[in-house]
Design a protein. Structure first.
Lengths: 320, 336
């Protein structure tokens, strides 16, 4: 039974993805090309990295609502360090990653040490990071820097007119890192164990508290990393970036078949979920006739359908 | 609970929002005298204190509905989006469809309540966790509001709406009368009927309440419906106060304010016992904090930072484990 449960949500995601892509390819000329697929990875690089981190959190039966704000904070933090303080770009990136990781770890510590609800603590985190972004700068900071130019110039050609830039490549590398972490590392096994049942994990002698703090710290790192990718994508830092993105990140994870009740799911599903959301955006960009309002509605509808599928599958498992 | 003993005051959940308010007031006594300025112009009350109450009216409405939802062990993240939808709908019906207030307003209220019932049915029938069930409407709702206004801000003119959002009755803003009436009505309903007891029973232990014959599903649908309705009313008030409906800005992050008002007010997120008065005090505290920060010169965009710190502090003060740690430290100092 466990086999089909793990497999069916993925099958549904693949089905939706192929259906959407097949429809778009037959409807729009030139949609069926490597260039469009490469663009999907480029346009969803920060969403993807953040969703991979969120996958780990949700697998441990947690939730992190602060990711969008942390991303926004990171963009303006990095832009400020590079453009105003004049720090070398790698140093600014390193500092941003450290700040993000520590922030996640602190939230995780609050959740674990005082038994506070994760969504409440991370909601406060959302407020905090959003406000701190404005403390750093309340206006957009454009980034003009030779290091950035060098990275933006770098790309790998995978087909005629199809290039994978630094953002898309980092997303792909990140995917393999999280895949490895979840599938083959001890940390990954602990995450699944904690998400499957915290009490039994504790009874087995697993360091549950450490794992949970680690999960939020890792997600903080991912949010900061996603924020850095965002500065590459936008060539600027702005506290407004990332507002509301936490919802899309969660949607991508859920559409990718990771159960919100924890313990079931993985990185591959999330990759597919991210590509599905990116494809919706891609179709809207390509067509140009859709109102921007169609995007949140279609994401919401997709979320609803996939949650209902999950419910149905889990209930099937409980009853059998 | 029978008698109030000397030790009991610390257990009274209303102590935290009251203490918080006292702190804010004390701070203002020293640093901002204009906080207390109150004046009467053209028979209307003006001043910071009045502003706090009238600006806080929307969060108060949201927090009343949210209190009931949280008392059943749920949460509603979609209230901000429902605000946007209701405001957009009223504006579109009045300004674009040319309908009168007395058609537009009931229509917006009905839609808001249905949206709440939709949330409730996801929780009750599909048994989705409330955070996630209401997340769907939180995401999609903004889009729906944008569709209604076709992505614009609708500016409208309607005498009744203007009175609702900007008018005064007996020198006091009308929105405050509205909140007061709803609050008194809800308290009466809860005190004089068994509804309050039933809600607490469901939030305490849903299975046990079912076994004792309570229709928990129906009750939850009603509670989510009421939450949607009150969110819609708050949305209409917000649009009315500006004579404009903004599908993106309206109700932005308001769901967080509402949840925090409830938590600060002493209602546990785990469900069960709830306090409507506490939530009202919590909403006033949040607004007073915002106005104080503004007076001190903290930019509005930065205000979330101290807000988040206050919220975490209040949550910690209510957490049993933190309290034991503190009492240990205090005990050590006393040489015990």
């Amino acid at each position: 039974m466990k086999f089909s449960l793990q497999r069916n949500p993925l099958a549904a995601t693949i089905g939706v993805l192929l259906l959407l892509y097949g429809f778009a390819s037959s409807y729009y000329d030139g949609f069926f090309s490597l260039r469009i697929i490469a663009n999907l990875f480029t346009d969803s690089s920060f969403l993807g990295v953040s969703a991979l981190g969120m996958t780990v959190v949700i697998l441990s039966r947690g939730i992190d609502l602060s990711v969008g704000s942390v991303m926004g904070f990171t963009t303006v933090f990095v832009a400020h360090l590079v453009m105003v303080e004049g720090l070398p770009t790698p140093v600014a990136w390193g500092l941003a990653l450290i700040v993000g990781t520590l922030f996640g770890a602190f939230m995780g510590w609050l959740i674990v040490a005082y038994d506070l609800p994760a969504f409440l603590v991370t909601l406060a985190g959302l407020f905090f990071a959003k406000g701190m972004g404005y403390v750093v700068s309340d206006v957009s900071i454009g980034i003009r820097d030779s290091f950035y130019d060098a990275i933006l110039d770098f790309s790998i050609q995978i087909g005629p007119g199809a290039y994978l830039g630094a953002g898309a490549l980092s997303f792909i590398v990140f995917f393999f890192v999280v895949l490895y972490l979840l599938k083959w590392s001890r940390f990954g096994r602990y995450v699944y164990a904690v998400g499957g049942g915290e009490d039994s994990a504790r009874l087995m002698g697993l360091p549950v508290n450490g794992v949970k703090i680690g999960v939020y710290a890792f997600n903080g790192f991912c949010s900061a990393f996603a924020g850095i990718l965002m500065t590459l994508y936008m060539s600027s830092g702005n506290p407004l970036f990332g507002v509301g993105l936490e919802l899309e990140v969660i949607a991508a994870v859920v559409v990718g078949g990771t159960l919100l009740s924890g313990g079931v799911g993985g990185a591959t599903g999330t990759l597919l979920g991210v590509l599905t959301l990116a494809l919706i955006q891609g179709i809207m960009n390509y067509d140009g006739r859709f109102l921007p309002a169609v995007r949140p509605i279609s994401v919401g509808a997709l979320l609803l359908v996939f949650i209902l599928i999950q419910r149905f599958l889990v209930r099937g498992k409980e009853e059998s | 609970m029978s008698t109030v003993s000397k030790r009991n005051w610390r257990e009274n959940p209303l102590i935290w929002p009251t203490a918080g308010l006292a702190l804010v007031v004390a701070f203002n006594l020293f640093f901002g005298a204009e906080f207390f300025s109150i004046s009467i112009q053209d028979g209307h009350l003006y001043g910071n204190l009045v502003d706090i109450l009238s600006q806080g009216a929307r969060v108060m409405l949201l927090s009343l509905g949210m209190t009931l939802v949280i008392a059943t062990g749920g949460v509603d993240l979609s209230v901000g989006a429902v605000m946007a939808i209701a405001g957009a709908l009223v504006a579109a019906l009045v300004e674009r469809a040319g309908l009168g207030f007395f058609v537009a307003f009931p229509a917006a209220m009905a839609v808001s309540m249905l949206l709440g019932v939709f949330n409730g049915s996801l929780v009750v029938f599909a048994r989705i966790q409330p955070i996630i069930a209401t997340l769907i409407l939180m995401v999609a709702g903004r889009g729906v509001a944008q569709l209604i206004t076709t992505s614009d801000v609708i500016i409208f003119e309607d005498p009744v709406l203007e009175f609702m959002g900007q008018g005064y009755l007996l020198g006091i803003p009308f929105s405050l009368w509205l909140v007061a009436a709803i609050f008194v009505g809800m308290v009466l309903l809860i005190r004089k009927t068994a509804i309050g007891l039933l809600i607490e029973a469901v939030g305490d232990n849903e299975n046990a309440s079912r076994f004792s014959g309570i229709n928990a599903s129906q009750l939850k649908l009603i509670v989510y419906g009421v939450c949607g309705l009150l969110a819609g009313l708050a949305g209409v008030l917000e649009a009315a106060s500006l004579s404009a409906a903004d599908p993106i800005k309206s109700g932005e992050l308001r769901e967080l304010d509402a949840i925090f008002a409830v938590v600060i007010g002493g209602t546990a997120l785990t469900g069960g016992r709830f306090l409507l008065l506490g939530s009202i005090l919590g909403a006033i505290l949040l607004q007073a904090l915002t106005v104080t920060l503004y007076n001190v010169g903290v930019p509005a965009a930065v205000a979330p930072v101290p807000k988040a710190i206050v919220i975490v502090a209040v949550c910690l003060l209510q957490a049993p484990r933190f309290r034991t740690q503190i009492s240990k430290i205090v005990g050590l100092r006393r040489g015990k």
